[in-house]
Design a protein around this ligand. Structure first.
Ligand code: S3P
Length: 432
């Protein structure tokens, strides 16, 4: 396991940063490129391990995919769903919940068997949230008590269902919609709050007959999916680390370029407003049905807030780094309604609270979130020399951002997990 020591940044942080491609959209570009007809060129593809696993999965199913890691371009020769062929081995999806849950839905309706495996963290995450609705559609999937590996028995004729999801999860919603492409009848999924809608947007742009009505999505199968070039926006979840860095450091201004600002992802921007962080959006435009902008964030006097309710799915992946912002605020920040954090790459209530405690922050965990006492802009005074990322990329990166404002260097353990979503994260930190 790799360690990295991060020193505090004592000089002004002023930079323009190209944010790597969105993880959710990169996964989906491979999926829809592979099952549609024609050639899909993807640019600004996220070269992180999670998305590369999804790409290798479709290569294993016979899709010709050309990947240039240095230019971040991918070319997919789609020949339609019917051209997918049985893989010769199990399909390894690394650390990726998105890969496993989305592919499980798509593969459930294919005519051959597939087995999906993952690393230790992924193998401990709940899969019943997808295997149960898929079973109602007629899928046959063996799991290890609701966890990976998932053995999907092909050849079932799926029947559409109307699924009322109890959780706002884009992975569950997308899984069922992907299964719906191979099902008989109209598939309907509704959710209690709106989760990210990249699947809906991309399905529509590839020509699927999909309708969105508030929190309800319906899919009519049978439309031919046609290849479409995709420019992947910068990942707002990756940009979030540098939004927080700019806000908490003195004399800082960071411009984060080409970031996706899909409203189902911009909870972090609402939090910047609520916490009185100074920022502006520039060059707003749209690519492939997805809005993007440059986000400029500068040093701020941060105020505490309460984060709860339907904003949670719109910032669920940003909570570890938002906790660093809250720890620098004036006042007490409360995060609630976020029990889903417990089943992410780590138990992110426990791991985030442990990180904050190691940084010398007064924090309390709750059943569905945490209560964080802000240090009113005072540098962190770590009570430990090392922080362990707990197998979680977002914990490693959040700890590194905190280390930029600390009265002593911090050693971060397990930094290799950063490669799952933001391979050049530490290069940017070093350049700062
Ligand atoms: C994702 C959905 C979210 C998010 C994950 C990516 C996606 O998970 O946390 O990082 O790409 O669909 P849930 O669907 O479990 O909320």
């Amino acid at each position: 396991m790799a360690n990295k020591q991060v020193q505090a940044l004592n000089k002004a942080a002023r930079a323009e940063i190209d944010i790597p491609g969105d993880k959710s959209i990169s996964h989906r570009s491979i999926i829809f490129g592979s099952i549609s007809e024609g050639t899909t060129h993807v640019s600004n593809f996220l070269t992180g391990e999670d998305c590369v696993c999804t790409m290798k999965a479709f290569q294993a199913l016979g899709v010709k995919i050309d990947f240039n890691e240095s230019t971040k371009e991918v070319t997919i020769e789609g020949k339609g769903m019917g051209a997918l062929t049985a893989p010769s081995e199990d399909i390894y999806l690394g650390n990726s919940g998105t890969g496993m849950r989305l592919l499980c839905g798509l593969f459930a309706g294919l005519p051959f068997d597939t087995t999906l495996t993952g690393d230790e963290s992924l193998s401990s995450r709940p899969m019943k949230r997808v295997t149960e609705p898929l079973a109602k559609m007629g899928a046959k999937i063996d799991s290890s008590d609701g966890k990976a590996p998932l053995k999907i028995h092909g050849g079932s004729q799926l029947q559409a269902i109307s699924h009322e999801s109890k959780i706002a999860s884009a992975q569950v919603k997308s899984c069922i919609l992907l299964a719906g492409l191979n099902a008989q009848g109209t598939t309907v999924v509704s959710e209690p709050e709106k989760s990210r809608d990249h699947t809906e947007r991309m399905m529509q742009s590839f020509g699927a007959n999909l309708k969105v009505d508030g929190l309800k999505v319906s899919l009519e199968p049978g439309s031919k999916l046609i290849a479409k070039d995709i420019v992947v926006p910068g990942d707002i979840s990756s940009a979030a680390f540098f939004m927080v860095a700019a806000a908490i450091l003195d004399d800082a201004e960071l411009k984060l370029k080409g970031v996706g600002i899909n409203p189902s992802r911009t909870g972090i921007i609402d939090v910047l407003d609520a916490m009185k962080v100074s920022y502006k959006l520039e060059n707003e435009t749209e690519v492939n049905n997805e809005p993007i902008a440059d986000i400029v964030v500068s040093s701020s006097k941060i105020q505490a807030t309460t984060i709860e309710g339907d904003i949670i799915p719109r910032l669920i992946d940003e909570i570890p780094v938002i906790s660093i912002l809250a720890a620098q605020a004036e006042g007490t920040t409360v995060i609630k309604d976020a029990a889903e954090l417990k089943v992410k790459e780590s138990n992110r209530i426990a791991s985030t609270v442990n990180m904050l405690k190691a940084l010398g922050v007064k924090v309390e965990d709750t059943d569905d979130g945490m209560i964080i006492e802000g240090r009113v802009g005072q540098a962190f005074e770590p009570v430990e020399d090392s922080i362990c990322a707990d197998g979680d990329h977002r914990l490693a990166m959040s700890s590194a951002i905190a280390a930029l404002k600390s009265n002593k260097p911090i050693n971060i353990e397990q930094v290799e997990f950063v490669a799952t979503s933001f391979p050049n994260f530490f290069d940017i930190i070093e350049a700062l």
